[in-house]
Design a protein around this ligand. Structure first.
Ligand SMILES: *[C@@H]1O[C@H](CO)[C@@H](O)[C@H](O)[C@H]1NC(C)=O
Length: 391
């Protein structure tokens, strides 16, 4: 869940001015500037979107077909296209300052088979850090782990042989303190991941979601070094083959990624070798302030995702997963979410997939619910926007 309002960036195009890096510079219907600042080349991504991407040489104008990224090889992560859903509940009452007062709610078991039968091949299962280890650096609580793992095992054994994302849903915080920035130490943070990785190291379908929505960090570089510490701990615990999801800043913003945490997260290394098992974890909602709290959608995010895809292709051909997105029970969201997820699917070499927020323990009155109705029917948003874009 996001509570993120992206600040108004001064990216508005000024007629005849050179377009800044990553700005649009052409495409069908485009009326803004068509040349890029020095060091960037106007690159055709598709007929509708030309973008200023890092490149040598003098600025170029956007001539359809003049430059193309079609020659970029597909990432070799081995992942199929992933489409699925968040199964919330064990995160209920985690506040955005990382404090927690609840006991968690089990996501209803029957939903896993329900969604798997439609082709869902990934479930993201959030949990509160304080439920998993009630004290910092303490051992995993056996009672809670039995609950959580029972849900994970139901998910894993549902018909589609899905991936399961373990999502530490704590906003880079424990009880108000930011990891390695006045709050828990990296060692206290990685203690949790060392223990969880040891428990799941033999299951290749487990993905380690290092942290949900870091926000309002004092230092993004310090956060990136905490992410590196988590990767190292997971590998050191023997989980050497699984995918690890690396979160950036500004509530895991897909929009901020190319200019905030992305350039630094690119440098995170994998002790297991290569970078194809390190997938960037991004979120994006479609409402007016990108908070995921309104029933209406105002964007399909195709512009934001196009920029993200270009950034990832231009920087080692890396992959990201859209692990939170969603909308309300409105025609504007049916249309926009469907378009967004279609874009993800069409770019599945770079965007590894999506998990919609949210089903699980949310009831059917929650504003972003995709929890099935009691009679087994799906929400209109699911049927209209999500289901057509499942694998
Ligand atoms: C969604 O909207 C439809 C049409 O307005 C309505 O019949 C249905 O009850 C709504 N569902 C939810 C979960 O609000």
């Amino acid at each position: 869940m996001v509570k993120y309002a992206f600040g108004l960036l001064a990216l508005a195009s000024i007629a005849f001015a050179q377009q800044p890096l990553y700005a649009q510079c052409g495409g069908v219907g485009w009326t803004g500037g068509t040349t890029c600042v020095s060091g960037a080349a106007c690159t055709r991504l598709n007929d509708y979107y030309f973008q200023c991407l890092p490149g040598t040489g003098t600025p170029t104008t956007s001539t359809p077909g003049s430059t193309t990224t079609s020659g970029t090889p597909a990432p070799s992560s081995g992942l199929p296209f992933l489409g699925g859903v968040n199964m919330a509940g064990y995160d209920f009452s985690v506040a955005t300052d990382g404090s927690f007062t609840g006991r968690g709610v089990n996501p209803p078991v029957a939903q896993f088979a329900h969604f798997a039968s439609q082709g869902v091949n990934v479930f993201r299962i959030p949990f509160a850090w304080q439920l998993m280890t009630p004290t910092l650096s303490g051992t995993i609580d056996a009672t809670f782990f039995a609950r959580y793992d029972a849900t994970v095992q139901v998910a894993l054994s549902s018909g589609s042989n899905p991936y399961v994302i373990l999502d530490l849903h704590n906003y880079a915080r424990w009880n108000g303190g930011i990891i390695a920035q006045g709050g828990p130490t990296d060692a206290q943070f990685t203690s949790l991941w060392s223990q969880l990785a040891a428990k799941y190291k033999s299951n290749p379908k487990i993905m380690f979601g290092v942290m949900n929505e870091p926000h309002d960090l004092q230092s993004v570089p310090t956060w990136v070094s905490s992410v590196q510490a988590a990767v190292n701990a997971i590998r050191a615990a023997g989980a050497t083959s699984q995918y690890i999801l690396l979160p950036g800043s500004s509530w895991s913003s897909a929009q901020a990624f190319p200019t905030e945490a992305g350039p630094m997260l690119l440098k995170v290394t994998d002790p297991a070798g290569g970078t194809s098992k390190l997938i960037f974890d991004v979120h994006k909602y479609l409402d007016s302030d990108n908070s995921g709290t309104h029933a209406d959608c105002t964007t399909s995010n195709v512009d934001v995702l196009t920029t993200l895809v270009a950034f990832l292709k231009a920087n080692g051909n890396r992959q990201a997963i859209l692990s939170e997105t969603g909308g309300g029970n409105t025609s504007s969201c049916f249309t926009n979410l469907k378009a967004e997820l279609a874009y993800v699917k069409a770019n599945s070499g770079t965007l590894a997939g999506f998990t919609v927020w949210s089903a699980g323990a949310f009831d059917t009155t929650y504003i972003l619910t995709v929890t099935p109705n009691a009679d087994g029917t799906d929400q209109p948003l699911w049927t209209q926007a999500v289901k057509p874009n499942l694998p």
